[in-house]
Ligand binder design. Structure first.
Ligand SMILES: [Zn+2]
Length: 293
């Protein structure tokens, strides 16, 4: 299965052997994959698109020769009947990569479920190397901002939401009035061993226009303001340094640098919106404002 249009993978190209499994719905030989007998703490992500699929806590010894999990990260895995109607295939809900099959009623764990997954469909990201870090940026309509950050290697999860306002649990309709003070924003959880706050902040300044006040393209209002919501002093200094670099290059940067406050996740239909609506044009276009290093 090919990836959704307009949603290129952040992962390295698949090898021929991986293609046979991920695209061709093949099965690796038992006891040959990288992960059939690994139990380190961390998260297993999709080999094709990098989406988090399984936490190590759900992995168990099944002795079947393939990685076995009794639970997926909510919403990460979709199920469909095989063509012969016998078994139930599992696929990455984000990109459609073939993972393996799911079996119920075997009585192996309390959840009575075994996701039998090809190692080749997975990449393990150990949790012990670095605790995940968080970043919050507002750069206009969160659909486009989320879309870009989802593609960055090392980004573990991205949520669209609202922050910087005065009302608890705001709805999209409330935020759209511009009266709650919230900005449309994205919350990014990332592995600091694989990417850095500075790399994400640089991308942030290149995928939205940091020079317009309370506006991104056709979207006008304070909820579309450009803002960095920093979570610590290092993030604040990094944001200010990058704004300084942009000002040296002649950009009249309007981005606010303000302390993070409560991040309220947006309604489910806003999450990963552009991947769910592949025909929809992205309002964000990357401009290389920092130039080459
Ligand atoms: Zn995927």
């Amino acid at each position: 299965m090919s990836q959704p249009k307009g949603h290129p993978s952040s992962m390295p190209p698949l090898t021929e052997a991986e293609k046979q499994i991920i695209l061709g719905k093949g099965t690796e030989r038992p006891f040959t994959g990288r992960y059939w007998n690994t139990f380190d703490k961390g998260v297993y992500v999709c080999r094709q698109c990098g989406s988090p699929l399984y936490l190590s806590d759900s992995k168990f010894h099944s002795n079947c020769g393939w990685p076995s999990f009794d639970n997926e990260i909510p919403g990460a895995v979709k199920r469909q009947k095989d063509a012969d109607g016998m078994r139930t295939e599992i696929l990455c809900a984000h990109c459609g990569a073939h993972l393996g099959h799911v079996f119920l009623g075997e009585g192996l764990t309390a959840k009575d479920t075994r996701h039998c997954v090809n190692s080749a469909s997975l990449v393990f990201m150990p949790a012990s190397q670095a605790p995940p870090e968080k970043a919050i940026f507002a750069g206009g309509c969160f659909w486009g901002v989320e879309h870009y950050f989802r593609q960055v290697p090392g980004v573990l999860a991205v949520r669209s939401g609202y922050t910087g306002g005065t009302v608890d649990m705001p709805t999209y309709e409330q935020v759209c009035t511009g009266k709650t003070g919230h900005a449309e924003a994205v919350e990014i959880i990332f592995d600091s061993k694989r990417t850095s706050y500075e790399a994400l902040a640089r991308l942030f300044f290149e995928i939205h226009d940091p020079t317009t006040v309370d506006r991104q393209g056709p979207d006008v209002g304070a909820q579309y303001r450009s803002a960095v919501f920093y979570l610590n002093g290092d993030q604040k200094r990094t944001a200010e340094k990058l704004i300084g670099l942009l000002r040296q290059r002649g950009y009249k940067v309007a981005t606010q640098v303000v302390p993070a406050s409560t991040f309220w996740p947006a309604e489910e239909y806003h999450q990963d919106y552009l991947a769910k609506h592949p025909g929809r044009a992205d309002c964000h276009v990357r401009v290389e404002r920092f130039g080459l290093p």
